[in-house]
Design a protein around this ligand. Structure first.
Ligand code: GLU
Ligand code: MG
Length: 448
């Protein structure tokens, strides 16, 4: 797998033919967090980039169950265009290349529901306000058998060296492929859950970082298949045990000066950095539907599961929805905040867009940094927790989506179209699968 670049940054059909490419796959991620794609023969590269390929409006509302959450505005009629960004083409092997796609209307204007465009808009707004954001994603997944059943790996040692040896063939392939695709991981480890692994991607601009997640997941899936395995990115692959998170790290700077270091606040947080953190925390319940909105998301959200269910921030606090990582020798990328609550069923573009939009909102309104939660809030009694002003984020899909639907803040930040399609797919999931027992639900969506 290789990344094709040319002096112009835009590979030619000749470059790609030489690299063995026959089919270009352009992807978009919809409101249900599903990656949808069109494949185009190499000779049609220019068309894929300029006029794009047809994508029915129902692409916005395909659910993870494979059915369609029709809305008043979305039915069988109409068409969007999926266009790829050829600067970001990566060769995947087996004659395939991949590029991230965005959705447009027939007249060439951006589709209002396009998640990648929503993130690009927030990135631009941050830039216009003088801020630069860098985002680094963590990817957690569980290896399972091709039919989705659990693998027998005995013993499983959380964070153990054994996992890195037991699955050496898969991990070697994964490392080589990620490297070849131009997204070398920062580190990889065996996670807490059985057959659960995690790797993290280096910080990048918000859109580039989200694109890298889409590509990385494809690469993980291919590497797993090559070893007779599958990778589950379900937030709750097996009920009752730790789930998969999709933690977002972000840092902000203005004129090259970081906002989360060198300031007069706690741990060097500047006033502006505090405003960004304050904005995120104040709006997190409103946008939770973008972060943990799926029918399975609640299965992961429990105190003690390190999923950040406590609405607070704290230095290196794994039970806080916003974990702060201070500047220092142990932190070569510099101070950053980690939004821990996000899970992999979220649309990565919308998760990033909503978190960054909250940060920008906090900056614009000079939000104040709330008090830090220094220890594990799970150790407090309910009364102590309330006295400390720390709420527990809800784990009910219906509640999370109702809040998103009613949120003026979310609608102001990302627009009605994006909120409405997200609410539609998630409510459809609830109506269709809400009655299933946890075991049945987990296995139904383990490989969704
Ligand atoms: N698996 C946990 C989650 O669901 C995260 C564990 C960790 O802190 O890395 O978010
Ligand atoms: Mg982890």
């Amino acid at each position: 797998m290789t990344r094709i670049t040319s002096a112009a940054g835009n590979p030619s059909v000749g470059d790609l033919r030489e690299a063995g490419v026959r089919l270009i796959i352009g992807t978009v991620v919809n409101a249900a967090g599903i990656t949808l794609a069109k494949g185009v023969p190499l000779a049609r590269l220019a068309a894929f980039q300029q006029s794009g390929m047809g994508a029915a409006p129902v692409w916005d509302v395909f659910t993870s169950g494979g059915d369609i959450a029709y809305t008043g505005g979305i039915d069988a009629v109409g068409d969007m265009r999926l266009k790829i960004d050829p600067n970001d083409l990566r060769v995947l092997g087996a004659g395939r290349a991949w590029a991230p796609g965005s959705l447009f209307r027939q007249d060439g204007s951006p589709a209002p529901t396009c998640p990648r465009r929503a993130l690009r808009t927030v990135e631009t707004s941050l830039g216009d306000a003088g801020f630069r954001a860098l985002v680094g994603h963590e990817l957690e997944f569980v290896l399972v058998a091709p039919d989705g059943s659990p693998l027998e790996t005995t013993p499983w040692v959380p964070y153990g060296a054994t996992g890195l040896f037991d699955r050496a063939g898969f991990l070697d392939d994964l490392l080589v492929s990620l490297d070849g695709a131009g997204i070398p991981p920062e580190q990889i480890h065996a996670e807490y859950g059985r057959n659960q692994f995690e790797f993290s991607l280096p910080p990048a601009g918000p859109v580039a970082a989200a694109d890298a997640v889409v590509l990385a997941r494809i690469v993980v899936g291919l590497a797993a298949r090559a070893h007779g395995l599958r990778a589950s990115f379900s937030p709750s692959p097996f009920p009752g045990v730790v789930g998969n998170g999709a933690h977002h790290h972000l840092s902000l700077s203005r004129n090259g000066v970081p906002l989360f270091a060198g300031g007069t606040g706690p741990h060097g947080i500047s006033t502006a950095g505090g405003a960004a953190i304050g904005g995120i925390l104040a709006g997190l319940p409103d946008i939770q539907g973008f972060l943990t909105g799926s029918i399975l998301s609640g299965g992961r959200l429990a105190p003690g599961a390190w999923s950040g269910v406590h609405l607070c921030w704290g230095l290196e606090n794994r039970e806080a929805s916003v974990r702060f990582l201070a500047d220092g020798e142990g932190n070569p990328h510099g101070a950053n905040v980690e939004v821990k609550i996000v899970d992999p069923s979220a649309n990565v573009y919308l998760a990033s867009a909503s978190i960054l939009a909250l940060a920008l909102d906090g900056l614009r309104t000079n939000h104040r940094l709330p008090h830090e939660m220094p220890g594990d809030p799970g150790r407090l009694t309910d009364q102590e927790r309330r006295a400390a002003g720390v709420e527990l984020l809800p784990n009910s899909p219906a509640l999370v989506i109702d809040t998103l639907d009613r949120s003026r803040l979310a609608r102001r930040l990302l627009g009605d179209d994006i909120v409405d399609v997200t609410v539609a797919v998630r409510r459809h999931e609830q109506a269709t699968y809400g009655g299933m027992a946890p075991d049945e639900l987990a296995s139904r969506f383990r490989l969704a």
